[in-house]
Design a protein around this ligand. Structure first.
Ligand code: HEC
Length: 127
């Protein structure tokens, strides 16, 4: 019986180490994806949409504008990125992975929040 009591703490350490490794590797892959999406947006989208979502050429929607964000569902954005939108928004269905297109949507959503934070900071400075 005394033999088994020694095995329990070793077993617990092994289980704990296993869980810790799993958590670290999941965290690592999330960070990697965020970085990857950032790179995709800068490389493929920022030319027209700007690095911060403010368009650099005419007739491009402003991602920092809450009006744009509120009038488009996630499904619509995925569809537009996948199939493109006339006349100048290119289709990315053949260029990017489905997962990458899906991950671009929360990325685009975040652009409006950044702008709101900036605006809030400006207001505090002035007032
Ligand atoms: C060559 C310029 C150009 C590039 C590059 C580009 N876009 Fe666009 N994008 C546009 C234009 C122009 C529109 C407006 C289309 C319209 O409403 O007629 C648009 C619209 C959009 C919309 C809104 C679609 C809707 O439903 O109203 C989304 C979302 C979008 N682009 C995402 C992206 C993403 C993500 C990338 C990179 C993977 C990208 N765009 C690259 C020009 C571009």
């Amino acid at each position: 019986m005394s033999k088994y009591w020694k095995i329990i703490p070793i077993g617990l350490i092994v289980i704990f180490a296993f869980i810790a490794t799993a958590i670290i590797s999941i965290k690592g892959s999330i960070l990697q994806t965020e970085e990857e999406i950032d790179t995709i947006f800068i490389k493929r989208c920022a030319g027209c949409h700007g690095t911060d979502g403010v368009p650099t050429i005419p007739d491009v929607p402003d991602f920092t504008d809450p009006k744009f964000q509120n009038s488009h569902t996630d499904e619509e954005l995925i569809k537009s990125i996948t199939n493109g939108k006339d006349p100048r928004m290119p289709a990315y269905g053949e260029i990017l992975e489905k997962e990458q297109i899906q991950a671009l949507v929360p990325y685009i959503r975040k652009l409006v929040k950044k702008e709101e934070k900036k605006a809030a900071r400006k207001t505090t400075k002035k007032g």
